[in-house]
Structures are given as structure tokens and as C-alpha cells.
Design a protein around this ligand. Structure first.
Ligand SMILES: Nc1ncnc2c1ncn2[C@@H]1O[C@H](COP(=O)(O)OP(=O)(O)O)[C@@H](O)[C@H]1O
Ligand SMILES: [Mg+2]
Length: 1013
């Protein structure tokens, strides 16, 4: 029992007590009081009370006021200084007295939808919906398209169906609407709407868990549901995901959440649908797994055709393949109209020809029929006389006076409104189907109270609009929302507006929203862009289109994002060049980002270089430099030469600007890229270092993600793998949308390289396996990981595996051919060498060694040196000692000219063996000792074990058996480290250990060394 200030609310016997006195309170008044008490934590609107307490009947809202008045009287409350029930004018009520909770009152089940007006003529359709639900309940997923013109009764049918099934306690229903004008811009709009409802329902935390596990790309759209740590982890996990992945994830998640309990998703007004939602529909319909899922999709066929939406074609295709069904709603029959009139006006004394007349006039369109009857009521042509409904005008009069079309009827109604009402509605029609009073304030040019009164009056008279609730805006303000009785009403009013007043109203609305929407700008981007564009403020429109494009990117809908940006670009062309150019450059860069995310690297590169040229023409050098740097990222993968040229141009541009700091930063990026793609030039590396320390000394804190990432590469190339990995980690922590993808791609590339050098082949393999979704999921990453796997296999002596992998990427070979082809050449070279087919081995290795320096790829120069080392090896093994001797000198020279300790060791080891073959033992020893010193200094087990193995041979030949044994032990430890990086049952581990060169050096008791490390 709840008590407050000496009163007790007795919910068992439904009465109110003051001490021992039982107070008299009407049953409904009691219910209202109880409702307010149970929701005392917040404001309760009149509508909510109506919905909760009179779910099945229409009640004049005034009754709530009446009951509240009664409650106040009983409690002795003063409305001016309330102690119990506070009134918030036009908004609702709140119970404010402190409450003692003696026993928990179970809160009543959430009230059903209150709008349960009579529905006629839909028995068949309802039966088909029920049938579909029954099938869905048995696990056979159902997709139903519910089609028909505006006002035919699609929404009404769905609501009636929902109502029939409300008692089904386990069934969940969610409803999502498409919004006019959002189609191309708000990806998955109705689907997210539904998901949001299910998540808000919040009964089961299980849904969040399911999304976390199966659909992180969707969970990340609801960041407030997870803590910041989890959020960051998910964000990293989904970076650069694709639309395909997102669609697949929601399909899987839906299957899981509908294993036990059925779920109905109503996707409404799909004639305004976005392409991503269509992808979802198409995918969900085609999957075969069991799911207790019913999707009801409504749309107007004609509007879908006008909008050139692919929806009708999709529907057709699904229906033909028996993957979906269509219920095409027919207009009401004359008998339905008669039945409707009968139930709305019970026991009326109407002429029998009334129903046929209304049927004729409305053509059986439900909305039109209802509008005609409302109109007659308003005109008092239908009224009650002595308790009975009568038609007070002759029927012929009626037929002459009711307009032919619903448009005209609405217009006629509109003309009868006061000037102020018209003004408010005009502004509202620009705002949208649902609008907040706060937003239309400036467009209506009335003060707030006047707008509020006007809307309240219209809603009470059921004219055009209805009350939709009170919403708290993101800025904390509270505002009433109204919606049009039907979108058709809004459309008619909007169409009436002249082009000039439309533009003016849109602009006023946009500015008003903008002034208030600081924290929710991103959320309202599409809407703001739409209003600014219609208001001809293109500059602002572009700004918000860019935000809308970012939203699409966040939903992995890169193509949508590109479309939005193309639209922004067109708008930029309408601006004066002085303003348009800068915006266009920004837009072009964003287009480049989106193409990069999509994996369309040539398009990405093109967009960046367009941005650079546009900026150059406009004389905007810093924008130009920025775009040039950006171009490097896609070009690094497809045409490094062009990328490096762009980098050099960027540095020159910075120099021309004369900004020393910017120049230093850009120069570092440029040098970093040259070191990676072109060759290791010590002089450049020195400049890099000088810049680095100068910037550090000056406290320059600009260690942006891209810089960290490039820095990581420079460290890696010097053998500082752990520091490099720390830089890579830093570069991706706190990913940001614009650079996140490029950085994370670069960091992944760098990190896997560092790990390979450290001999951690197993870890790279795990990264490859975890991250290698299908090609469609994330093309850029897919390519990278493929190449890394080929590299691992090469290092683990699985040459055939390397070649097979290359075969499997045939679809993508042309694009990214050079690096994988070089790896394959190496694999073929090693294979030939194994078979002692030395001439063939030489052919393959020389192909890599003699790669045209113009053909660059990631570390191509390092591959060339590696191939050179292998050439030396083959010459030595094939007995061409003289050749190997001269080669080994030049190999050593070029290897030592770079900073990579791994390649140093390999070259020194080769030189030592050549010396040994020449019986120049002191020379051999000197070289191998140098190699060993490096092997001790750096973590490079892949090179180290070879050096130790050769060292042991040399020591033994010189009779130093102790040192020889020690060297073999170290070689084994290095081998063990590599082998143990693999999972125990990973086949590559065995391949590596049983490869001849490894097998040969390892002693019998090696097994124990293996398990102990
Ligand atoms: N079967 C029906 N019986 C009675 N009235 C209906 C029926 N269908 C629709 N209406 C009335 O027509 C109006 C418009 O219908 P609605 O379902 O919103 O149309 P749609 O969604 O097809 O555009 C509703 O508000 C309701 O008053
Ligand atoms: Mg509808």
C-alpha cells in the first residue's frame, strides 16, 4: 500500500483512506490518482492517462481534467499551491507529495494503443496477417508487403492486428517509420527505429548481449548501452566494416532473438525507404534458417514508382520466388462504409442513401470517408437530436457540397480556419509529419503561448493535427509535439505553399533548429540539411550534408555517404567560388575517405587528387597539402610512385606557405612514406630524426594518429619492434572517424610486419584468421591480410601454401598484384632451390631482385635485397663460388646501407658461409660474430637461428666445440620461439619444424628445448 501525507491508497479494495476514514472517490478518479502516484517520478501527459485508462474507447480529454479536479477536492489540494498534484499547463500532471511504499504495487501491463476506432472491411486481410503470424510462430519467417494508396488503411490494419495479438505476452512488436526526404540519407532508418524500441523496452539485457556477440556493427549505433571500455573495443572491432557485414549481422541477431519468442517488425511507409533498409529486407527474406519473425512492410505503390525506388522490383522478385507475400489493400466496399457509419453513429436515423452517397464520394478510401463524416459533424449537418443521430441537410445538398477529392476537402477545411491557425499549420507542414512546437516558433511568427493554444485547439477539434506527447529536447528543454492526422494532410498543405514561402519557412525553421540543436547537430543533420537546402542556404546545407554523410559512414553505408557528398558537391557549385571552393575540397576529401572505406582505392585516390587540384586552383595551399598527403594512403596500395610524388608535392606546397612547423610535419610523413615504399636513405632518415627531435623539443604535441602510425614504421625498419608496436597501438587508440580507417589499416600493416620480424608468425596468423572476413566485408583489410598470410607461409617453408593462396585471390589479382607476385616468385625460387634446380631458382629470385624500381610496393626495396641474398645462396650452393663471392660483397654493401638488422644478419651470415667455402676462416668468424652480436641485440629469431647455425659450424671447424654447442643451443631456442608462436595443433608449426634447414640443425634432444621455452 502506498501512503502520502496521512492518506493511503488501497489498491486491493480500490479506495483512498485518510486515517480510518474511507474517502469517496469515483472509480475512474481512483484510477487516475493511482496512475499518477505510480508514475510520480515524472510528468504524466493527459494523453498517456487516456491511453492507460481508456484504452478501448474514445474519451474527451476534458474528462481527465474533471477527475483531477475531483482528486484535488478530496485531498484538499490547492491548484495554485499544490501539495499533491501539480499541473503543468497543456502538458500534464505530476504527483509531487512524498510517497511511502508499504507494499510494492505491481505496475499494470503497458497499456495498449488507445486508437481503436472501428475498423471495417478488413476481415480477410486480418485473417491473412494471422495466418502469417501462425507460420512465423512455427519458425517459418514471413515477409508481408502491405500495399495501397495513402489513406486506404494500411496503418489502421497493422494497428488492429497488433491489438488482436497484444494478449500474446511473449510476442514483441516494434514499429519503424520511413520519413519523406530521408530516403537517400538515413541508412536503416526504420530498422534502427525498431531496434531502438526493442532495446528501450529493455526487459531483456539479453538483446544487448546478443548484439554484442553477433551484431557489434549494430550495437555500436547505441553507444549509451555499453560502458566506455566496451564501446571502444567494439568500435575498433567494427572499423571499416561493410554494409554486407552489417546486414548479415542483423539477420543473424534476429534469428537468435526469435528462436523462442516471436517478433513482429512493422516497417511503415517504405515508399520513402533508404537503400540499406532494402538490402536488409532482401537479405532477411532470402535466409533459410528458422526464425519466428514476421515483417510487415507497408508502402504506397504509386509513390514508390514516383520516387524511382527499387522497392517494387524487390517486392516483385521476392513474391515470385515465394519469399514474401503481398496484401494489396482494396478500397472499402459500400457495405463497409455502411457498417462504419452504423458503428460510429449507433442507432442513427439516417436516410438509407447516406452510406451509398459517402461511398461514392470517397470512392471507398477510408481516410476520405472519415474526413467526409468529420466534416459533416463539424458543419453540424450530422448532429444529435433528442439523443438520436440525424442528417440535418438534404442528401442532395450534401452531394453538391462535398468536394470531389480528398485534396479539395482538405483545402476547403483549411480555408475555414482562422488566419492564425493557417499560419501555424503552414509552418508545421514544412516541419514534417511530426513537429515540435518549439521548432516552428519562428516560422509561425507567433509567440509560444499562441502557438500552443492554437495547436491545442486544432487537436481538440480533431482538425489536421493531434497531440503526440511531450518530448525532452537534447538541450533539456521540454516541448509539446503534435502530428498530422495523416501524412496526406501535411502533403496537401505543403503543396499549397508557393515556392517563395516554402523557401522562407524552411530557412526560418532551419535557423531555429540550428540555434537550439548544439548537442544534437549530428543527429538532426539530415533534417537540417534538407531545410537549409530548401531554404536556399547552400553553405549551411553542405555543412549538414557532410555531417549526414558521416552518419552514413558510421552505419557502414559508404555508397550512401558518397551520394550525399555528391549532392553537397553540386550545391557547392552553386556558391560563389570564394566560398564554394573550400567546401568542395572538404567534400572531395570525404568522398575519398568513403571510397577508401569501400575498398575502391583508385576512386579514393582520384577524389583526393581532385581535392588537391581544386584547392590549387582556388589558391588554397594548406588545403592542397592536406589533400595531397591523404592521397598517399590509397596510392600506397595501388601506385606508390604516384603517392610519393604527391607527398613531395605536399612538402613543396608547405614550403611555399612558409609554415615551418607544418613543413616539418609534412616532411616527416613524406620521408616516412619514402622509407617504406622507395628505399632506405640514411640521409633522409637523419632529416626525419632531426625533425622529430626538434618538434619534440619545442613541445609540439601534434602526435596525430597518422604521424604515430608512420613513426611506427620508421621504428620497425630500424629493428625497434616493441617501440613500433607501442606507436601502432597509440595510433589506433581513440579512433576517430575521419582518419580512423586509414590509420588502423596502416597500423595493422605495420604491426603485422613487426611481429613477422620478431618471429611471432603464430600471432600474425591469429590476426589474419580473426580479421579475414570475406572479401566483401572489408576489401582493403582482406587484401592486406591475404598478403600477410602468404608471407607467413613463405617464412614457415610452406611454399605450396603461398602459391595456393595467390591462386585463391585470382579475382583481385590485377589490383594488388605486384607484392603478392613478388612473394610467389620467392616461393617458387625456394621450391626450385629445394629441388636443386638452381637455374630455375636463379630465374625466380632474379625476377624479384631486378624488379623495376618504378614498381613499388610495401617495402619493395627490402624484398629486392632479400632476393639478392637468396641469389648469393644459390650461387654458393650450386658451386659458383666466384660468383657468390663477388655477389656477397655487393649484397653486404647494400644490406648494410639500410637499417634493418634482420637483413644485416642474413647478409653477414651469407658472407660468412662464402668465406668458409673459400677457407678464409678468420674472415668467416669475424662476419659471423658480427651477425651474432646483432642477433643478441635485436629480436629477430628468423635471421638469428640461421646465424647461430652457421656460427656453430664455423666454431666447430675451428675446434671450438664449447662455443659451437652453445651456438646450436641458441639456434634451437630461436627456432623454438618461432615454432611456439603457433598454436600447438597448427599445421604450419609442423611444416616449419620439419623443413630441411630447420630439421638439419636441431639435435635429438631438441624436443625438450621446445617444450621448455
Ligand atoms: N478499415 C478501416 N475501417 C475504418 N476506418 C479506417 C479503416 N482504415 C482506415 N481507416 C481510417 O482512415 C484513416 C487513414 O488510414 P491509415 O491506416 O492511416 O491509412 P494508410 O496508412 O493506408 O495511409 C485512419 O485514420 C482511419 O481513421
Ligand atoms: Mg500509414
Amino acid at each position: 500500500m502506498k501512503s502520502f501525507r496521512g492518506y493511503r491508497l488501497d489498491t486491493v479494495s480500490h479506495c483512498l483512506w485518510r486515517g480510518d476514514e474511507r474517502l469517496s472517490l469515483a472509480p475512474k478518479a481512483f484510477d487516475v490518482l493511482r496512475y499518477l502516484v505510480e508514475h510520480s517520478d515524472r510528468l504524466v501527459t493527459q494523453d498517456e492517462i487516456l491511453e492507460a485508462l481508456w484504452p478501448d474507447t474514445y474519451v474527451n480529454p476534458e474528462v481527465v481534467k474533471k477527475y483531477v479536479l475531483g482528486i484535488r477536492k478530496v485531498l484538499g489540494d490547492d491548484s495554485a499551491k499544490p501539495a499533491f498534484v501539480a499541473t503543468f499547463p497543456r502538458r500534464g500532471y505530476q504527483f509531487i507529495a512524498a510517497i511511502d511504499d508499504e507494499t510494492q504495487i505491481p505496475s499494470p501491463k503497458k497499456a495498449a494503443d488507445p486508437r481503436t476506432k472501428t475498423i471495417v472491411g478488413r476481415d480477410n486481410a486480418l485473417a491473412r496477417l494471422r495466418e502469417a503470424l501462425a507460420k512465423a510462430q512455427s519458425g517459418d519467417r514471413q515477409i508481408l508487403f502491405l500495399t495501397g494508396e495513402a489513406g486506404i488503411g494500411k496503418t489502421t490494419l497493422v494497428r488492429a492486428f497488433e491489438k488482436q495479438n497484444n494478449s500474446h505476452s511473449r510476442m514483441r512488436i516494434a514499429r519503424g517509420y520511413c520519413v519523406e526526404g530521408f530516403g537517400g540519407k538515413e541508412a536503416y532508418y526504420p530498422v534502427l527505429d525498431c531496434l531502438g524500441q526493442l532495446l528501450r523496452g529493455g526487459e531483456d539485457r539479453g538483446l544487448v548481449q546478443t548484439l554484442a556477440k553477433r551484431a557489434p556493427t549494430w550495437l555500436v549505433q547505441f553507444p549509451h548501452l555499453v560502458d566506455s571500455e566496451q564501446r571502444e573495443a567494439i568500435e575498433k572491432q567494427v572499423l571499416g566494416a561493410s554494409r554486407e557485414r552489417m546486414v548479415r549481422e542483423i539477420c543473424e541477431a534476429l534469428e537468435i532473438i526469435t528462436t523462442r519468442d516471436p517478433l513482429v517488425l512493422c516497417l511503415e511507409d517504405l515508399h520513402w525507404v533508404d537503400p540499406s533498409t532494402l538490402d536488409f529486407l532482401s537479405a532477411v527474406a532470402r535466409r533459410r534458417a528458422s526464425a519466428k519473425l514476421l515483417i510487415i512492410a507497408t508502402y504506397r505503390p504509386v509513390d514508390a514508382i514516383v520516387a524511382q525506388s527499387p522497392l517494387p522490383a524487390l517486392k516483385q522478385d521476392l513474391v515470385i520466388h515465394d519469399l514474401a507475400r503481398e496484401i494489396s489493400l482494396e478500397r472499402l466496399e459500400e457495405s463497409d462504409v455502411a457498417l462504419y457509419i452504423e458503428s460510429e453513429f449507433p442507432k442513427a436515423n439516417f436516410p438509407t442513401a447516406l452510406a451509398p452517397a459517402i461511398y461514392r464520394q470517397s470512392g471507398g478510401n477510408a481516410l476520405f470517408m472519415v474526413a467526409i463524416l468529420q466534416n459533416l459533424l463539424k458543419k453540424q449537418w450530422i448532429a444529435k437530436r433528442e439523443g438520436q443521430w440525424m442528417l440535418l441537410e438534404p442528401l442532395s445538398h450534401l452531394e453538391r457540397n462535398v468536394p470531389d477529392t480528398l485534396d479539395q476537402l482538405i483545402e476547403a477545411q483549411f480555408r475555414q480556419l482562422t488566419a492564425i491557425e493557417q499560419r501555424v499549420l503552414r509552418a508545421a507542414s514544412v516541419a514534417g509529419e511530426q513537429f515540435s512546437l518549439w521548432a516552428i516558433h519562428d516560422a509561425a511568427e507567433l509567440d509560444a503561448a499562441e502557438i500552443e493554444n492554437t495547436c491545442e485547439g486544432l487537436a481538440e477539434r480533431q482538425l489536421f493535427i493531434g497531440f503526440a506527447g511531450v518530448h525532452e529536447l537534447a538541450n533539456g528543454q521540454v516541448s509539446a509535439h503534435y502530428d498530422f492526422q495523416h501524412s496526406f494532410y501535411r502533403e496537401v498543405l505543403y503543396r499549397r505553399l508557393s515556392e517563395v514561402s516554402r523557401a522562407r519557412l524552411h530557412l526560418l525553421l532551419a535557423k531555429r533548429m540550428q540555434a537550439f540543436c548544439d548537442p544534437c547537430e549530428q543527429e538532426l543533420a539530415t533534417e537540417l540539411a534538407m531545410h537549409f537546402e530548401s531554404g536556399h542556404d547552400y553553405e549551411q546545407a553542405i555543412r549538414y550534408l557532410i555531417l549526414a554523410a558521416e552518419n552514413a559512414t558510421r552505419l557502414f553505408s559508404y555508397r550512401d555517404s558518397i551520394k550525399i557528398l555528391e549532392q553537397a558537391r553540386e550545391l557547392a557549385a552553386k556558391l560563389h567560388p570564394s566560398r564554394g571552393a573550400r567546401l568542395e575540397v572538404r567534400v572531395l576529401e570525404k568522398i575519398g575517405d568513403a571510397y577508401f572505406a569501400l575498398g575502391s582505392l583508385p576512386d579514393s585516390a582520384q577524389a583526393y587528387s581532385d581535392a588537391a587540384s581544386r584547392a590549387a586552383v582556388a589558391g588554397n595551399r594548406s588545403d592542397q597539402a592536406h589533400a595531397l598527403v591523404r592521397a598517399m594512403y590509397p596510392l600506397g596500395a595501388i601506385d606508390p610512385d604516384r603517392g610519393l610524388a604527391a607527398m613531395r608535392q605536399a612538402v613543396e606546397t608547405c614550403e611555399k606557405i612558409g609554415d615551418a612547423r607544418l613543413t616539418a610535419h609534412t616532411q616527416m610523413l613524406s620521408i616516412g612514406c619514402h622509407l617504406v615504399f622507395d628505399e632506405w636513405r640514411q640521409a633522409d632518415a637523419d632529416v626525419y630524426d632531426a625533425n622529430h627531435s626538434a618538434l619534440c623539443d619545442s613541445g609540439d604535441s601534434d602526435n596525430g594518429p597518422l604521424k604515430q602510425m608512420v613513426h611506427g614504421h620508421v621504428l620497425s625498419l630500424r629493428g625497434k619492434y616493441r617501440e613500433a608496436n607501442a606507436a601502432f597501438e597509440n595510433s589506433v587508440s581513440g579512433v576517430d572517424l575521419s582518419t580512423g580507417l586509414i590509420t588502423s589499416f596502416g597500423a595493422l600493416s605495420g604491426k603485422t610486419f613487426a611481429l613477422l620480424r620478431m618471429g611471432d608468425l603464430g600471432e600474425v596468423l591469429r590476426i589474419v584468421r580473426a580479421g579475414k572476413e570475406s572479401y566483401e566485408e572489408n576489401r582493403t583489410r582482406w587484401r592486406l591480410l591475404h598478403v600477410r598470410e602468404a608471407w607467413i607461409r613463405l617464412l614457415a617453408f610452406d611454399y605450396q601454401g603461398t602459391l595456393d593462396l595467390y591462386e585463391s585471390i585470382s579475382e583481385d589479382r590485377d589490383r594488388w598484384a605486384v607484392q603478392p607476385r613478388a612473394i610467389c616468385e620467392m616461393a617458387e625460387g625456394y621450391m626450385a632451390e629445394q629441388q636443386k634446380d638452381f637455374p630455375r631458382a636463379l630465374t625466380h629470385f632474379s625476377r624479384v631482385y631486378q624488379l623495376d624500381p618504378g614498381t613499388k610496393f610495401f617495402l619493395s626495396w627490402l624484398w629486392r635485397i632479400a632476393a639478392h641474398v637468396e641469389l648469393g645462396n644459390v650461387w654458393l650452393r650450386s658451386g659458383e663460388t666466384a660468383k657468390s663471392k663477388s655477389a656477397s660483397e655487393s649484397i653486404l654493401k647494400s644490406a648494410l646501407s639500410v637499417a634493418d638488422p634482420h637483413i644485416h644478419v642474413l647478409a653477414l651470415e651469407l658472407a660468412a658461409r662464402v668465406s668458409m667455402a673459400e677457407s678464409e676462416m678468420p674472415h668467416a668468424q669475424e662476419r659471423i660474430e658480427n651477425a651474432i652480436r646483432l642477433a643478441e641485440q635485436y629480436e629477430i629469431p628468423l635471421a638469428a637461428w640461421r646465424a647461430y647455425a652457421t656460427a656453430s659450424e664455423i666454431f666447430r671447424a675451428r675446434g671450438e666445440n664449447g662455443r659451437a654447442d652453445r651456438a646450436i643451443q641458441l639456434a634451437e631456442e630461436a627456432v623454438a620461439r618461432i615454432a611456439n608462436s603457433f598454436d600447438p595443433d597448427e599445421p604450419l608449426r609442423a611444416t616449419f619444424l620439419s623443413a630441411e634447414p630447420v630439421h638439419r640443425i636441431c639435435r635429438r634432444n631438441f624436443k625438450s628445448a621446445l617444450s621448455s621455452s
